[in-house]
Design a protein around this ligand. Sequence first.
Ligand code: FSX
Length: 364
Amino acid sequence: MKKDQTLGEALRLKGISRRGFLKFCAATASMMALPPAMVPAIAEALEKARKPSVIWLSFQECTGCTESLTRSSTSTVEELIFDTISLDYHHTLQAASGTGAEDAREASMKENRGKYVLIVDGSIPISNPGYSTIAGISNEDMLMEAAEGAAAIVAIGSCAAFGGIPQARPNPTGAVSVSDLIKDKPIVNVPGCPPIPVVITGVLTHFLTFGLPELDHLGRPLAFYGNSIHDRCYRRPFYDKGLFAETFDDEGARKGWCLYKLGCKGPTTYNACATTKWNDGTSFPIEAGHPCLGCSEPDFWDAGSFYQALSTPTGDITRNTLYAAGAGVAAGAAIAAVNRKHRSSAEKRHEKVTIDDLEKESKS
Ligand code: FSX
């Protein structure tokens, strides 16, 4: 894609049909919790968008976030849109290495000053600058320099968003999150260990079309983190009826009952796993029979045993009190009420619109 080419032009050159494009816009609207009436506006904004420069820095992490993004089994319009950003620096994906790669980063920061999107994955060690360096530059120095000229920062993964596993007790490197260090730039947190690929591309798409998305109190886009896993879980009716698996091989487990008593953190975890799922919408951990670990919440690694039922879960006091009083139908209903307050516009994601409607609308 040429620098001055719009995204619409680039997608047409790649052979994406108008129908395929509108289908993607409809899915994007639904994913971003925007009403169907916004689809033509998304299509128009994407048509005209020019590729932004993106600088991606990886610090203390396992590369799971990049693996998540690149492990899509089929070629999708989301991937093509991701192709059409200018990924000017990503030390796992770039072809350049050594001084060539660092020169490209410096040149891109200079050329796109004030306009580039900075994506960060991994936490930043501040106990000793030598714990993690790239090209001899400490993670902290590289972050501060790159953040200064960025239009916005996206902290991908729980490590960048909240400190993640590197920050788990005893936190030997003094790991901190991006927002612990940067206070004067818009930061979007996209936690998860790793985050869902379509959530990463959804956030970038939102930025391309309408700028920064609406965020929750932890800086997460409400469109993806506005509901708890529990609220959208297909096993939820069993919870409401008090039907629980007690072990991994009992009758309840075989019948697909609720995993709450096996330690599921779904009630206190906000993410889109139960709706977007993983591996191109194939499944998610709870569907595979494993409790949610709560990986998109702060301190998930230290929050308690993964296999012990929540009794005093993290989260607001109302939920803690309810769980202390015992789980059941009444608690489930009350938790749902608490969660509803958290949701805001995310409710609108399930409104439906057909592709034929959109084609008609775009022609009129
Ligand atoms: Fe952390 Fe990501 Fe977990 Fe790993 O980059 S969120 S350890 S999946 O790789 O940062």
